[in-house]
Design a protein around this ligand. Structure first.
Ligand code: PLP
Length: 388
């Protein structure tokens, strides 16, 4: 067992060695530009991109003409929201989204708001899910986009995407979803789920960093999108720039593996997560943050009362790699916006840790994590004089 045990798979994952193997030939052997139409080097690259597009489309339930490769989910989200706003400005400039979205969505919306767009942020319940009636009530004749993440990165909570889509469609509004955490872990199907735009990323599903994709619906309805990066007209004009051929080949392979092995990996991860969760909840004053009924199979977010999350992280550094319910973007750690949106007290948000397993996690590792966390929590609580 290698220490510290890696339990931060919602931040990023280990690249699967089979993915690395699929990428390698495109660095030193088939290094052509996929846009070079006049020679073999270009053709080989183009062929690899085409295969990857097929593999990605397959996992999403899409067709390959609907896949636009990007540098990751952040770029795909920016392209989707800004591109729709620009293309549909004549209809209106109102977006409905949710308080618990990833910063890639929230910060994009905030910028657009400064430029004159209107943004409604829906609240969530204690379980982290939106209220469908509140969504419907928020839609106005000016609304052009509903943007709700498939599954949350901090809690794993899954939103009722099909029901959300039904409401959006009834009002003639497009649905965009950030499926970065859902893709490859649970079945996601743009047709069955009624999704119009969907962003995701390779490095959250054992692919390489710096590559992702945006699904853009082509029929019923055909989504119009204004490009946000201009240049050589790559990706059917929606995202110019020489394609990252090795990265795209890696994303394709990662999608193929995730799809082929989901039926094995999802229950296996769920069993490990449940084992970990049960072990940790055996301690007093601990509780799970967010719905456990609607949740990804690989993550648990736990509040450890009477502790401080960042101090726990420091104490646990040698044993496990996890993340806390505080964002250290500034000098003073801010409580997680996701946890506070669910009604968690700031103090308890600061006492929370996120554990996320992967297909590579073992039972030995989760058991080590349980022991280490128990020890660290006990130690911190002993030092407190204000315990009941
Ligand atoms: C990681 C993540 C992103 C950002 O993805 P990048 O590819 O790193 O830009 C966006 N949304 C969610 C839910 C994520 O987990």
């Amino acid at each position: 067992m290698q220490l510290p045990v890696y339990l931060d798979n919602n931040a990023t994952t280990r690249c699967d060695p089979r993915v690395v193997a699929a990428m390698l030939p495109f660095f030193t052997e088939h290094y052509g530009n996929a846009a070079s139409r006049t020679h073999r080097y270009g053709w080989a690259a183009e062929e690899a991109v085409d295969l990857a597009r097929e593999q990605v489309a397959q996992l999403a339930g899409a067709v390959k003409q609907e896949i636009v490769f990007t540098s990751g989910a952040t770029e795909a989200i920016n392209l989707a929201i800004k591109g729709v706003l620009e293309a549909y400005a004549a209809k209106g400039r109102h977006i409905v989204t949710v308080e618990t979205e990833h910063k890639a969505v929230l910060d994009t919306c905030r910028r657009l708001e400064k430029q004159g767009a209107a943004v409604t942020l829906l609240p969530v319940d204690a379980g982290g899910r939106i209220d469908l009636a509140a969504l419907e009530a928020a839609i106005t004749p000016q609304t052009i986009l509903v943007c709700v993440m498939y599954a949350n990165n901090e809690t794993g909570v899954i939103q009722p995407i099909r029901a959300i889509s039904d409401i959006a469609r009834r009002h003639g509004v497009l649905l965009m979803t950030d499926a970065t955490q859902a893709m490859g872990k649970i079945p996601v199907n743009v047709e069955a789920d009624g999704i119009d735009l969907m962003a995701f990323s390779a490095h959250k599903m054992h692919g390489p960093k710096g590559v992702g994709a945006l699904y853009v619906r082509r029929r019923q309805p055909r989504v119009r999108l204004a490009a946000q990066i201009d240049g050589g007209g790559h990706e059917r004009g929606m995202r110019s720039g020489t394609l990252n051929v090795p990265g795209i080949a890696g994303l394709g392979k990662a999608c193929e593996l995730a799809g082929a092995e989901m039926a094995v990996n999802a229950p296996r991860m769920a069993a490990l997560r449940d084992r970990l969760e049960k072990g940790l909840l055996a301690m007093e004053a601990t509780s799970v943050n967010g719905s456990t009924a609607y949740r990804l199979p690989n993550v648990t977010n736990i509040a450890f009362g009477y502790t401080e999350g960042n101090a726990l992280l420091t104490a646990l550094n040698r044993d496990i790699a996890v993340s806390s319910g505080s964002a250290c973007t500034s000098a003073l750690p801010e409580p997680s916006h996701v946890l506070t949106a669910m009604g968690l007290e700031e103090e308890l948000a600061h006492s929370s840790l996120r554990f996320s397993v992967s297909r590579f996690t073992t039972e030995e590792e989760t058991d080590h994590a349980i022991r280490a966390v128990k020890e660290a929590v006990d130690m911190q609580r002993k030092l407190r004089i204000d315990l009941p």
